[in-house]
Structure formats: structure tokens, C-alpha cells
Design a protein around this ligand. Sequence first.
Ligand SMILES: Cc1cc2nc3c(=O)[nH]c(=O)nc-3n(C[C@H](O)[C@H](O)[C@H](O)COP(=O)(O)OP(=O)(O)OC[C@H]3O[C@@H](n4cnc5c(N)ncnc54)[C@H](O)[C@@H]3O)c2cc1C
Length: 367
Amino acid sequence: MRTHIAIVGSGIVGAAAAYRLRKKGVAVTIVERADSRGQATAAGAGIICPWVDHDGDDAWYGFAREGARAYPTLLEELAGDGETDPGYARTGALLTADDAAGLDDVAALLRDRSPLAPEMGEVSVPDDPGGLFPPLTKDLAALFVGGAARVDGRGVRDAMLRAAAQRGAMLRTGTAGLDAKGRLSINGEPIGADAVILAAGAWTGELCAPLGHRLSVRPERGQIVHAELPGTDTSGWPIVLPRVGPYLLGFPGSRVVFGATCEEAGFDGRATVGGLSGLLSAGLTVAPGLASATALEIRVGFRPMTGDGRPMIGSLAPGVVVATGLSAYGLTTGPLAGCLAADLAIGEPTTIDLTPFTPLRETDPVS
Ligand SMILES: Cc1cc2nc3c(=O)[nH]c(=O)nc-3n(C[C@H](O)[C@H](O)[C@H](O)COP(=O)(O)OP(=O)(O)OC[C@H]3O[C@@H](n4cnc5c(N)ncnc54)[C@H](O)[C@@H]3O)c2cc1C
């Protein structure tokens, strides 16, 4: 019987695992580095609209769909723990293209998927997309997906961490390491835990090396810009998701987010002139009305990517569970992935077949 689980990483996956375990009465120690710069959860945009992606990969699509579907239950549970505003809102999404033909493929995909995903809500052609997202250029074709939502990654992460801590989870600051037998230490000092969950995002591969596994997990750099439109309530604006190129989304506090670059740059956490210029100019092409917005903040994070693009959730060795590789969908699927990892760590059956996501599978090696 495993009664004490250690979790490496306090991003959305580690936070969800900790919350789940404390709700089940299992002792939890979360380990997070003193410098968590580059954490994907802290940089993520927050789009939850899984029905438009992963055409051709049913396992991944199904997982992302379940991740989005799990949010309302999570929100209820958090509210029961006094966390009433983790930053989630069902705003809908505007899929845009230069002309209507550019939306035919995605419209067909949504039609196919809607019977098994009624939570995607109504899909319609809006009369006036600019009425929903005022800075938008006039001449775009658009489809509105009513069930899409946006979430503040930091908000939901912190709500789960606070709720877990209130229920007794321990958060320790330091760098975690494994030995060849899967035993965990913080800054070299052993932690006596019955099992460990590796929710270390893009760093999970290097963490597993002492076990003799070379996991194909690599970082993909994402740069993202937060801007402000003073005096404008942007909190209910839909996500703008062009079929090609960067996206836009609104948050409370008159914020608008321009996201995001997708770059192979290793763990280079700098914001770059080239990255930002491409992002902002693409955003302004779609929404020229944002040109006068105040530039507030640049965030940079590393998406955890795998060799075959699929998540890695499963046992790697006795007492060692991996939960990473959620790529650009980790704010959608992170709470679900954390819960599944928690169940695996204490030997409970999982509600989803994780065979396609085993970390023991063969994938392309990391570059
Ligand atoms: C710019 C950008 C935009 C995104 N937009 C979206 C979106 O719109 N929708 C969506 O669904 N997803 C989005 N994502 C993806 C999503 O953010 C990630 O998939 C998700 O946050 C990954 O969470 P995680 O917990 O696995 O990893 P992380 O959030 O990276 O957390 C891992 C943690 O582990 C810690 N750690 C690592 N090694 C150690 C160690 N040895 N010891 C102690 N601690 C350690 C790190 O410091 C870090 O805090 C986006 C990502 C980025 C970067």
C-alpha cells in the first residue's frame, strides 16, 4: 500500500496530481525548483478547444476531449475547497480564415465529432465576427464554436496547489534528482516516498536518465505577449483561432494575449526580437484594432514535446510514474493527466486506457 507519494514539478500536472492524492487522503510532497523560469503552465495561453485538432490521431484527440470535459467537475471540486475563481470561462472560439473555403475542413471535422462531444456547443457562422471581438479585421470568414473556453494556467495551477496544501500537501523547494533505483532526493537529500510522479514538463527526460531510460521529451519554446486595452472589458471575448498562424484571446483586467511562437531553441528562455515581431505582426493582421493596446508583459515557456507528439503517461519503473508530453494542449489536459498519474501511483485502475501513452514505447529520439 503506497501512502506517501512525491511529485516532481508544480506545473498544472503536478498540481493536479497533488490535489487528487490529498483528496484521497494520501500523503504528498511536491518538489519544485527555486527557479521555475520556463515553466509551461506559467506561460500558456489557455485555449481549451480540443475538437479542432489531432485529426488522424483518435487516441490523442480522445484524451484531449476528455481533458476539456473534465474541467467543470474540477471547478466544482475547487469551489468546494473555497477556490471559486481559477480563471476559467466558456467564451467560445472564432475560427477564422481568409475565405469560407478555408474553413470547410474544420467545419466537416466538427460535424463528425459533435455527436460524441456535445460539450463543443453550437457551431455557427456568425453574422458579425467583429461584434464578438471588436478589434478584428472586417474581411475574415469565421466559424463560432460555442463550447470553447479559456483558462488562466497560473490561476488554475495555484488554486489546485492551495487546495492541496490546505488539505495537507507539503511543497518543498529544491532540485529533485533520481538515482538508478528510482529513489528521489532534493538537492541530494533523500525523500522517503513510496512512489514518485515525474511531472517535470520539458525537463522530465533528463530527470529519468539515471534510471537508464532516455525518454524522448524535448522543449519547444513559446513566446507570448500580454497587452492591455485600457477601459475595455475583454473578459468575455471569444478566442480568435486563425486556421494558420498565431491566435488571440481576452482575459479579465482588459487583457488581450497574442500567442504564441513554436520554436526549437533548446532551453534558451529568452524572448527574441524576431519571435515577438512575427507574433505581433500576425496578430495585428488579424486584429488591427489592437495596434494601440499597451504592451504589458512577455512570457516564455517550454512546451513538453515527445518524439511522436503524444503524451507520456504511465509507469516507467516500479514506483516511478511519468506524466508529461502534453505539448500545446497541457492546459486542456493537464488536470486529467495529473489525476491519472495519481491513480497509477497508488495502484488504482485508471478511467482511461493509457496504453497509447506509455512512456516505454518506441518514439523518435530527441534531437
Ligand atoms: C506559450 C505557450 C502557450 C500555450 N498555450 C496553451 C493553450 O492555449 N492551451 C493548452 O491546452 N496548452 C497550452 N500550452 C501548453 C501547456 O502550457 C503545457 O503543455 C503544460 O503547461 C505543461 O504542464 P506540465 O505541468 O507538464 O509542465 P510545466 O508547467 O513546465 O511544469 C513542470 C515543472 O517542473 C519543474 N521541474 C523540472 N525539473 C525539476 C527538478 N529536477 N526538480 C524540481 N522541479 C523540476 C519545473 O520547474 C516546472 O515548474 C502552452 C504552452 C506555452 C509555452
